[in-house]
Design a protein around this ligand. Structure first.
Ligand code: FE2
Length: 195
């Protein structure tokens, strides 16, 4: 049985442990991108589950950046998140700060898009439009290859994310860019309401 917090409890938990607007914006972005992928990949009935995992995937990062994902199980217990939920959250740090391997397609999408949405958001910020709506794959790929750009976004993790999904890097980038375009307005509204 998948138990996970309703939207309001998840937002309350997110805000209890994260005060940095950047972290809240990242959480909302990954949440909506996860929702988009759930629908795109045929998991419509699990859309809310995917979105909530996305929303809380970094819940312990704000307070425990050096012990990221070690505190997540304890924090998620406050909202009675199921083992499946906690597992999904912890698996997004596989090989970095967790030894839980992403197995479910949802876990693999989370792993791959966590880092890539950061790169796309950074690439959007340096465009005159400040948006990803007019960004093309070619330009994103150029930013991906320019490792000095948004150097904090680990390209090897993004590549590993694509490999885990069995997708090419181009497929992952095109799909995630499409997801970011489709959700940009919704995310902006949510950020405005919360930050
Ligand atoms: Fe993240």
């Amino acid at each position: 049985m998948k138990t996970y917090p309703d939207r309001q409890s998840a937002i309350t938990l997110l805000k209890k442990y994260n005060t940095d607007p950047f972290h809240i914006q990242h959480a909302l972005t990954v949440s909506e991108v996860m929702r988009w992928f759930a629908k795109d990949l045929g998991y419509e009935e699990e859309e809310e589950f995917w979105a909530t995992v996305g929303l809380l995937h970094d819940v312990d990062f704000g307070q425990y950046p050096e012990e990221h994902l070690q505190w997540a199980p304890k924090i998620l217990a406050e909202v009675d998140a199921s083992d499946e939920f906690v597992r999904a959250v912890v698996s997004h740090g596989y090989g970095i700060c967790s030894d839980v391997e992403p197995v479910h397609e949802m876990e693999k999408v989370l792993f791959a898009t966590d880092e890539l949405t950061g790169l796309i958001a950074s690439a959007a910020l340096v465009r005159p439009s400040k948006s990803c709506q007019d960004m093309e794959y070619k330009s994103l790929n150029k930013k991906f290859k320019t490792r000095s750009f948004a150097a904090g976004c680990d390209r090897d993790i993004i590549q590993r994310g694509a490999d885990q999904l069995g997708w090419t890097l181009q497929e992952l980038m095109q799909k995630t860019l499409e997801a970011m375009k489709a959700t940009e307005e919704t995310i902006a509204e949510q950020v405005k309401a919360l930050v």
